[in-house]
Ligand binder design. Structure first.
Ligand SMILES: *Cc1c(COP(=O)(O)O)cnc(C)c1O
Length: 592
């Protein structure tokens, strides 16, 4: 027999043109699920279901290379962190929902590429519908909103910077051209916030063609040349735009300054108030400074659900201020909400569960729709698999960004794809499908995901109340959502001492097989919050300026199973017992 080796490879490793591999694939998927459920139910003494069905389907068989190596892979994966369990409260990760898993799986089989309509006839439509569902939840008009799915919050934040820069660059380029033509001095700060109406008015008035505009654009021509021309036209050194980002920002913002060539100096950190939120007075001072320095504001970022603490910035008060400036001074400053984590909490509004939130938190979430762009991560509180983030704007005007030509992707009869308006090229439709199926089933309303979000916030509240009562050293940060952070401090003690104790307790939890927690350090941006917390127990800060970090243990209560009161009833006392043991442990003895 002269077997064609490629034929054997194809029949071993592909589902087959006539689906000859169907039985094989079904068996292996069944066996993989089997392996996974066995792991889940055996992982903790209390994680097996009472009526655990006997494992069904074929066990992973050792018959051939694929079967053997699949078994090796499944075995290796059992060393993964059991993030499905409510005992895991370390990071922004929990069990995936069924709509998340199944939507993902169904789309994965077809593997549409959402870079273009051509490569994704259905996937791209599902994406549009899923974006509309997210838009409605976030407070945008779903009929007008635009957006797309990204690999996560980092890229979604980059998408916002890209668009804000496109807008600022157009406005500044036009003003530069007019100033160079007229000889009137250029005010880069005012010009960079002029608004599209003023832009269109001036462009028509001066009859400026696009190629002339391009020659004045830092993004489209040479940034060094354009900055020199802005300096000349304004009569002072032009040092480029800045971004106002609160001190509790995610590190993706520093990456964005790097990627977009702004330089790290262009990130101006807005101080946090004693509750750990963007400090509005400090924000106002920084805007004044930017104006005085002739530095346009590329965007004002606020955070809804800070990565470390879950804090939600006062969007309503921030936007009242920006609205006022817009009316009185004509400044249109790009407003971005980094709601990668907290975006789904907005589903709690307008339902019975809204009362679970503090009124200020609800007011802040309600104002989200007044922003120019939003980042949200379905792969966090949306319970869909990685990698799935999303970027949204209220309308097509805000979504606009420089178009690039890729003729091989463009077939006019299929309509526009998204390839030219996304930073990423090939994009899976799986995250969009997972989000779509979630919207269609669980739903993004107050009675669906909103109700689930409410239980996560209630769990955090119950946890805090129980730990406070049982452990006098536990000193909690103010919390807006479902993340609890606490240090372990004694009355009148120096910060460095409580940091040592908190570290020892964290180390204890690191070794514990029962619970997983995380830790974080509040830095100089949180000076007001740290002072506030220290005054609560009469403690004092013995650390030097710039080294004033406060270590806290961080517990993320996003696991949906905590909503079961029997889980709370069982696990809260166990956690407290473990915390007490940690406080009495050998590390603590050494530290004392
Ligand atoms: C997680 C997070 C990000 C980054 O998202 P990735 O999906 O990890 O890229 C950005 N901002 C905030 C507030 C986040 O919590």
């Amino acid at each position: 027999m002269t077997a064609d080796p490629s034929r054997e490879l194809v029949s071993s490793y592909f589902p087959g043109a006539r689906s000859e591999g169907e039985r094989r694939l079904r068996n292996e998927i069944d066996a993989t699920l089997d392996h996974w459920f066995r792991w889940r139910s055996g992982r903790f003494e209390d994680s097996a279901s009472n009526d655990a069905a006997p494992a069904s389907g074929a066990p992973l068989h050792e018959g051939d290379r694929l079967g053997r190596r699949l078994l090796t892979l499944c075995d290796a994966l059992t060393a993964e962190t059991p993030t499905f369990s409510p005992r895991y409260i370390a990071h922004m990760k929990a069990d995936l929902s069924l709509p998340g898993l199944l939507g993902w799986f169904a789309a994965m089989l077809h593997n549409p590429n959402n870079s273009s309509r051509d490569a994704s006839r259905v996937g791209s439509v599902i994406e549009t519908e899923a974006i509309a569902a997210l838009a409605g939840m976030l407070g945008y008009d779903p009929a007008q909103a635009q957006g797309h799915f990204t690999s996560g919050g980092t890229v979604a934040n980059f998408e916002a910077v890209w668009r804000a820069r496109y807008r600022l660059d157009h406005w500044l380029a036009l003003a530069l051209h007019i100033s160079e033509t007229d000889g009137a001095p250029l005010d880069p700060f005012a010009a960079a916030h002029m608004g599209w109406n003023q832009f269109r008015h001036l462009q028509t008035l001066y009859g400026v063609p696009d190629d002339v505009l391009k020659s004045c654009s830092a993004a489209a021509s040479n940034p060094g040349d354009v900055w020199r021309r802005i300096s000349r036209a304004s009569g002072r050194d032009y040092r480029g735009p800045i971004m106002l980002v609160p001190g509790n920002r995610h590190y993706s913002w520093s990456k964005s300054a790097n990627v977009f060539g702004l330089g790290g100096e262009a990130i101006w950190s807005v101080a946090l108030d004693k509750g750990g939120h963007l400090d509005l007075a400090n924000f106002e001072r920084q805007v004044e400074r930017a104006q005085a320095d002739g530095r346009p504001i590329l965007m004002a970022v606020a955070v809804a659900g800070a990565t470390e603490t879950g804090a939600i910035d006062p969007l309503d008060r921030l936007y009242d201020r920006l609205d006022l400036w817009r009316a009185e001074r004509g400044w249109r400053i790009w407003r971005h909400v980094d709601a990668a984590y907290g975006g789904f909490l907005r589903a709690m509004l307008d339902g019975p569960s809204e009362a679970t939130l503090a009124p200020e938190t609800a007011a802040a979430l309600r104002a989200m729709g007044r922003s120019d762009s939003i980042t949200i991560d379905p792969h966090k509180l949306g319970y869909v698999p990685y990698a799935c983030g999303a970027f949204l704007t209220p309308d097509a005007e805000h979504y606009a960004v420089s178009a690039f030509d890729a003729p091989y992707l463009d077939r006019p009869e299929l309509g526009d794809g998204k390839w030219s308006s996304t930073l990423e090229g090939s994009r899976s439709a799986a995250g969009a499908a997972a989000t779509w199926l979630t919207a269609e089933t669980l739903g993004f309303g107050a009675d669906g995901l909103g109700a689930l979000m409410a239980t996560t916030v209630e769990t955090r509240q119950a946890f805090e109340a129980a730990v406070r009562e049982a452990v006098p050293e536990a000193c909690f940060l103010p919390a807006d959502s479902n993340i609890a952070c606490f240090s372990l401090a004694r009355a009148g003690e120096a910060l460095s001492h409580s940091n040592v104790r908190t570290q020892a307790v964290f180390d204890h939890f690191q070794r514990s097989p029962h619970f997983a927690v995380s830790k974080t350090t509040l830095g100089a941006d949180n000076a007001a919050l740290i002072a506030n917390l220290l005054s609560g127990h009469g403690g004092y800060n013995d650390r030097s300026e710039g080294d004033a970090g406060m270590l806290v243990i961080r517990c993320v209560f996003m696991n949906p199973y905590w909503s079961d009161s029997s889980v709370r009833h069982d696990l809260l006392p166990r956690f407290i017992e473990e915390l007490r043991r940690a406080l009495a442990g050998p590390d603590e003895a050494k530290a004392a």
